[in-house]
Each structure stands twice: as C-alpha cells, then as structure tokens.
Design a binder for this molecule. Structure first.
Ligand SMILES: [Zn+2]
Length: 99
C-alpha cells in the first residue's frame, strides 16, 4: 500500500500542504499622503454596514443579511467616503479646508 493511500485512511493531511501565503508589500507613505476626516482627525475605525437583501435579488433566493466593510472617523464618527476624498483631489478646495 502506498504512503498516499495510508494517509487517506488515517485522515492525516496530505504531505507538504501548501502554506498560506501572506504577502506584505512594503509601501513608502508620507504624512502628506495620509487621509484625514473633514474634522481633521486622521484615525479611522473599521466597522461593518449591514444590509437586508430581499429574496427577490438575493442569490440565495431568500431574505439575506449582507455586510460591507466601512470606515468611520474616530472623532466625529462620520463614515469616510472615498468618493468625497477623490473630489477633494480634483481641486474643489475640500482638502485645503481641512489643513
Ligand atoms: Zn471626523
């Protein structure tokens, strides 16, 4: 009996399982690139937005709870909106007002 078959019978995991690869890409960031809330706070808390998905549109065919990760400002608890930050980059003065 081959070793492979023996392992199947004993319930042992296959030899040399692929290790989970967690790659951390080092990126140089400067303080100028850091995002700040409109209140000036630069810290954000990861939260979850919860949605009820109607059975009509849910892929599961029944009422479903869905969640979406979001970030809120630590100080004023306003949700951080990436779209608004982009608008600021286009030069409507939003970023200048913060600084
Ligand atoms: Zn804020």
């Amino acid at each position: 009996m081959s070793e492979h078959k023996l392992r199947d019978l004993s319930g042992l995991p296959p030899k040399n399982p692929k290790p989970m690869q967690i790659q951390q890409i080092p990126i140089d960031v400067t303080d100028e690139q850091r995002i700040a809330c409109e209140c000036g706070c630069r810290y954000f808390i990861p939260v979850l937005e919860l949605y009820t998905v109607s059975a009509l549109v849910s892929p599961l065919g029944k009422d479903t709870l869905a969640q979406k990760p979001a970030l809120i400002c630590m100080e004023c608890k306003k949700p951080w909106n990436p779209e608004e930050t982009k608008k600021g980059d286009d030069g409507d003065g939003t970023l200048e007002k913060i600084i």
